[in-house]
Write a protein that binds this ligand. Structure first.
Ligand code: GLA
Length: 386
């Protein structure tokens, strides 16, 4: 049974009637442009074919009541009396809080939710959850859907309610993703350009099965180092430092800050070059840029861990691989590889077994397709469903 059918079936079991609105919002994988979003730079993620689904119907009061099938737990809160707590409930509460902060009039609702974005793997299950909740509110409260605005509101929920100091990439791509396309996002203007993958290539996500939380000092420390480098160059964000300026003036920076700045400045250049490569249908160039991105994250930004480096090296050594790198915040989680589609089956088998042999860990691997961003789903009548 598809996730959509499962969430609707559970809704009907709990409420005795079909939902009036069903929404979904995807997780993401970033192809290139890592640790650039909070420097107002460029990223090129794609929304993946794994998502959070919510089936809902409006209520006449200010209560939100949501049953999570993944946690087998129901949460209930009042829109006009939101209180901080702990756990998955903070995502719907945080989005409700941020929407109200921005002046949206919200209707209460009840519903069920299910998610197949793996939690804590670096594939943005939290952004997918936030955007799904925002989409559910839009569906029942009747306000119009403005994708970048909803991404910013969801980011505000994550930063100020959940307390994770993330950039805009994850929420943006979950909001604006496009089927069969990666999306180049300018994190300053939120301008987007959708680009298809080079012909004959596929994206594989490789989960190292190692984890390290984001609410983590290392992520915030990188942000501080980037701010310090910006101050040195006299700009607000590293986005505004060119490679020439870096070469001319970077030498006086202390060694660590210089390496952090070098990563961000070169990664912005690589991401724009990757977009150009995609426009030319140049898979080899895109793959090479992904390789360089990983090497910079490993050597200059220092956010990989041993397992990420192992899975990336094994991927590169496996037939059909055009490029491989860590994806997301780093320190654990997933890598992404661009491969020749015809080699997909053997590639996945080869990397999984080599990684298992080398680390003793059990990795997961998904060949994934780019999906549409947060959307309201047309309900299929019982006679039409299979
Ligand atoms: C996490 C954050 C994003 C971004 C990446 C690194 O996924 O949520 O905003 O900073 O790390 O590129």
């Amino acid at each position: 049974m598809s996730l959509q059918q499962q969430v609707v079936t559970e809704f009907e079991r709990q409420f005795g009637a079909p939902p009036s609105v069903v929404v979904r919002a995807p997780g993401r994988v970033n192809l290139i442009g890592e640790h650039t979003d909070y420097n107002e730079g460029f990223v090129m993620p794609m929304a993946i074919d794994r998502a959070t689904w919510i089936a809902v119907r409006p209520r006449s009061d200010q209560t939100v009541r949501l049953h999570s099938m993944d946690h087998d737990e129901t949460t209930e809160f009042q829109l006009d009396a939101l209180e901080r707590g702990k756990g998955w409930q903070e995502y719907p509460k945080g989005v409700a809080w941020a929407l109200r902060e921005k002046g949206y009039a919200l209707t209460g609702w009840e519903g069920t939710t299910i998610c197949d974005v793996p939690l804590g793997a670096g594939l943005s299950s939290s952004a997918s959850y936030e955007l799904a909740v925002a989409r559910a509110f839009a569906g029942v409260s009747g306000f119009s859907w403005d994708a970048p605005k909803m991404a910013l509101i969801s980011q505000q929920a994550e930063n100020q309610w959940v307390g994770v100091n993330c950039g805009i990439m994850d929420q943006m791509i979950s909001a604006v993703g496009e089927q069969d396309h990666a999306v180049l996002i300018d994190c300053r203007t939120l301008e987007t350009t959708s680009l298809p993958l080079p012909e004959g290539t596929s994206v594989v996500i490789l989960d190292t099965a190692t984890r390290r939380g984001l609410v983590d000092s290392a992520y915030n420390e990188r942000r501080r180092q980037c701010e310090e480098a910006s101050r040195y160059f006299g700009v607000r964000f590293l986005r505004d430092v060119t490679l020439e300026q870096f070469d001319a003036r970077g030498k006086q920076l202390d060694e660590v800050t210089r390496r952090r700045a070098r990563h961000v400045i070169t990664e912005n250049a690589r991401t724009r070059m990757a977009a150009e490569a995609m426009k030319r249908n140049d898979a080899l160039c895109l793959g090479e840029l992904m390789n360089l991105s990983h090497d910079s994250l490993r050597d200059h930004f220092e956010v990989t861990n041993h397992e990420l480096n192992v899975i990336v090296d094994l991927s590169r050594a496996t037939r059909g691989c055009l490029g491989a790198r860590m994806t997301g915040a780093g320190f654990g989680g997933c890598a992404v590889a661009l491969i020749e589609s015809v080699q997909a089956g053997d590639f996945v088998k080869g990397v999984v077994s080599a990684y298992r042999d080398e680390t003793g860990l059990n990795p997961a691997a998904y060949v994934c397709r780019a999906s549409e961003g947060a959307s309201e789903v047309k309900m299929v009548g019982p006679e039409e469903s299979d």
